[in-house]
Design a protein around this ligand. Structure first.
Ligand code: PEP
Ligand code: MN
Length: 366
């Protein structure tokens, strides 16, 4: 065997040198890790100082640039300046993550802040934690007294607790039915009271938060408005429970931060609602993300419900999806039901008729 010096008989000696060199590298690695830990502690101290002064921004590009300049000046090789800069950029990124993780620990929506499940009490309804899953049902849009009355009667008969119905409708086309407005709110309120139900309806505009709060028991924030930070702040300022739908393409983190907007305004009664996200799939209107239900329940103490109607966009999937949602720990199921879905003013592809709704609720066996 030939060693690196091309000689024979020195193999033993070279291997032990290699071993020694490796040991030195290991020792240096240990020292580097120790130095990194010390650096991490210092960065954390800086973060705490910044936080105590009210700062929430930890990323400081100018400071990073200054550090990189000093590091490059100190670099004596053999690594190139570019290689050393790349290594330090990774260190900066890890340090920033450290700070952001500390921030996240402080989020009001997080279990790290609030380890026990939040249980909301809305009239005589309790939702979250050990409570039995709640059924939220009703027509997509409030269209008439007769329509709402018949739907509410059936929802109550089948054990539903919360009546839904939109008075302000977010429609893809500006020419589509936009909802009955305040007249719809009044109808929803009256009919819910008639059958001992809580009334949930969507608020789309900051200017309507006050009037919707006057009539509704729960303010629904629709998927399209999950990123409407002014609306989130406005809903954070009222003392009415809010149901926050996940945005069409919102990550779990964005969804939780949206809830944080409401909680940080002082409104702690938030229900998270997964309603499917947009994917490349065409056979369903959206893709129900059950991982988000399981994961958001782990990360957050807030109740999570699943809207099967908007997730699937087709009736045949509602029952299996609802069963699956309960299996992953959903605190409630949201579904739309209409006396004549075929002629409904919105979502007529996916609302259940009364017979189908009865079958759905029986099959779900809440
Ligand atoms: C609705 O609940 O009627 C609705 C419009 O839902 P989403 O915001 O989830 O689309
Ligand atoms: Mn709908």
């Amino acid at each position: 065997m030939t060693d690196l010096n091309g000689g024979k008989g020195t193999t033993q000696h070279t291997e032990s040198t290699l071993e020694e060199l490796r040991q030195q590298v290991d020792q240096l690695n240990n020292q580097l890790v120790e130095l990194l830990s010390r650096r991490g502690e210092l960065v954390a101290q800086i973060g705490r100082l910044k936080s105590s002064e009210g700062g929430t921004k930890f990323y400081d590009p100018k400071r990073e640039e200054d550090q990189l300049r000093l590091v490059r000046q100190a670099n004596k090789g053999p690594f190139t300046d570019a290689a050393v800069s790349a290594i330090f950029k990774e260190i900066f990124k890890a340090s920033l993550d450290l700070e952001e993780t500390r921030e996240q620990r402080k989020l009001l929506v997080s279990r790290k802040k609030h380890p026990e499940d939040t249980v909301l009490t809305i009239g005589d309804v309790r939702i979250g934690g050990p409570e039995a899953p709640v059924l939220i049902a009703g027509p997509c849009a409030i269209e008439s007294e007769k329509q709402m009355d018949s739907a509410a009667q059936l929802v109550a008969e089948l054990g539903g607790k919360i009546l839904r119905g939109g008075a302000y409708k977010p429609r893809t086309s500006p020419y589509g039915f936009q909802g009955m407005g305040v007249e719809g709110l009044k109808l929803g309120r009256q009919v819910a009271d008639r059958y001992g139900l809580q009334f949930m309806t969507e608020v789309m505009d900051t200017r309507d938060v006050e009037v919707v709060s006057e009539y509704a028991d729960i303010l629904q924030i629709g998927a399209r408005n999950m990123h409407n930070f002014s609306l989130l702040r406005e809903v954070g300022a009222v003392r009415k429970p809010a149901l926050l739908k996940r945005g069409l393409s919102a990550t779990m983190e964005e969804w939780l931060y949206a809830a944080e907007y409401i909680l940080s305004g002082g409104n702690e009664d938030v229900i998270m609602c997964e309603r499917g996200i947009r994917t490349f799939e065409k056979w369903t209107r959206n893709t129900l993300d059950l991982s988000a239900v399981a994961l958001v329940k782990q990360e957050s103490h807030l109740p999570v419900v699943v809207d099967v109607t908007h997730a699937a966009g087709r009736r045949d999937l509602l029952l299996p999806l609802a069963k699956a949602a309960l299996a992953v720990g959903a605190d409630g199921i949201h579904v739309e039901v209409h006396p004549q879905p075929a002629t409904a003013m919105s979502d007529n592809e996916q609302q259940l008729d009364f017979a189908e709704f009865r079958e759905f609720v029986t099959g779900l066996n809440l």
